[in-house]
Design a protein around this ligand. Structure first.
Ligand SMILES: [Zn+2]
Ligand SMILES: [Zn+2]
Length: 281
C-alpha cells in the first residue's frame, strides 16, 4: 500500500528528545505511513529506535494490508503484526476474507486479532453487519488464543455488550482508548487493557485525560496509530512511530509520574499482552 493520500503532502514533526527508557508502539500502520518496502520499514524503525521507540505492532485493516503486515513483520526483529477486517470495512468480510484472515492470523509474528470492533462515527457498514463481523473476530481470537485489539469509535457501550454476549477472549485491548474515567473504570474492572494514542496529549480532551489519569498502571499501553493522530503540539501533521515520545510525556504529566516509571510500565504491559520480548527478554 502506498502512503495514505491524506497525509502524503504533510510534514513530519521534529524528532523528539529521546525517552529515558525504551517503549513499544503498540498500534501503528507502517504501510499507510509510506514505509512499504524492507528498506523503508528499516528506516522508520531506526528513526523510532533513535528516540527510544524500539518496537512496533503494525496493523492490517483490509486483506491487502493484513498480508503486508505479516510480510513486514518478517523483515524486522522488533516489528510485529495484527490482522483483521476494520469495522468500517465489515461489509467486505465474506467467506474468502475470513479464510484469508484466519490463515494469516496463525503466523507466529501475528500478536493480535485487530483492529476489529465497532465504528458508529463513520457508520460505513450497518450496525448488525459490524456486530456480526466483530463477533467473528472475537471467536477467532478465542480459537487461536491471541489477544483481541479493539477499534472503538463512538461505540463504548455496544462494544461491551457484544463482548459480554459473545464471551470476551482472555486478553482484550482497547486501541486508541477514547472513553472517559467511568468507561476506563469499567474496562479496568473487566481487566481490559487501554492503549493511549496522540489524543491523550490534546489540550481539549478533558474526559480522555481523566481516563488516562485513573487507568491502572498495569493496564495501560501507548501507541501512535500513525500516520494519523499526531500528538500535540504537532496535531495535523503526518505521524510516525518516532513521534510516540510526545504522547508518552503528555501521558506521564497527566498521571504526575516520572516518564521513566510510565515507560517501564507500558513496556512490561505491551510485552506481556502480546507475548513478545523486545526489551525484557
Ligand atoms: Zn482504530
Ligand atoms: Zn489503527
Amino acid at each position: 500500500m502506498p502512503i495514505h493520500p491524506a497525509v502524503a503532502a504533510k510534514e513530519l514533526p521534529p524528532e523528539p528528545e529521546p525517552l529515558p527508557l525504551p517503549v513499544i508502539d503498540a498500534h501503528t500502520h507502517l504501510d499507510a505511513c509510506g514505509a512499504d518496502t524492507p528498506a523503508a520499514v528499516a528506516g522508520a524503525m531506526r528513526r523510532a529506535a533513535d528516540v527510544g521507540v524500539v518496537g512496533a505492532v503494525t496493523v492490517g485493516d483490509d486483506l491487502e494490508s493484513c498480508r503486508w503486515a505479516v510480510r513486514a513483520a518478517g523483515w524486522h526483529e522488533h516489528l510485529f503484526a495484527a490482522v483483521a477486517m476494520h469495522p468500517t470495512r465489515a461489509d467486505a468480510l465474506d467467506e474468502e476474507a475470513r479464510r484469508t484472515i484466519e490463515s494469516l492470523a496463525q503466523d507466529t509474528n501475528v500478536v493480535a486479532i485487530g483492529e476489529t470492533g465497532l465504528d458508529f462515527y463513520w457508520d460505513a457498514a450497518p450496525h448488525a453487519v459490524q456486530e456480526e463481523a466483530f463477533a467473528w473476530h472475537i471467536d477467532l481470537a478465542k480459537r487461536l488464543g491471541k489477544p483481541l485489539m479493539i477499534h472503538d469509535r463512538q461505540a463504548h457501550r455496544p462494544i461491551l455488550d457484544v463482548l459480554r454476549g459473545e464471551g470476551a477472549p482472555e486478553t482484550v485491548v482497547f486501541h486508541c482508548f477514547s472513553g472517559d474515567a467511568e468507561f476506563a473504570r469499567q474496562c479496568a474492572d473487566a481487566g481490559y487493557l487501554m492503549s493511549f494514542a496522540g489524543p491523550v496529549s490534546f489540550t481539549n480532551a478533558r474526559d480522555l485525560a481523566q481516563a488516562a489519569a485513573i487507568a491502572p498502571l498495569d493496564l495501560v499501553m501507548v501507541e501512535t496509530d500513525a500516520p494519523f493522530l499526531t500528538p500535540h503540539p504537532f496535531r495535523g501533521r503526518r505521524n510516525e512511530p518516532f513521534a510516540l515520545p510526545y504522547t508518552v510525556r503528555a501521558f506521564a504529566q497527566i498521571r504526575q509520574i516520572p516518564v521513566e516509571e510510565l515507560c517501564r510500565a507500558v513496556t512490561i504491559n505491551t510485552e506481556r499482552t502480546y507475548g513478545i520480548s523486545v526489551i525484557n527478554g
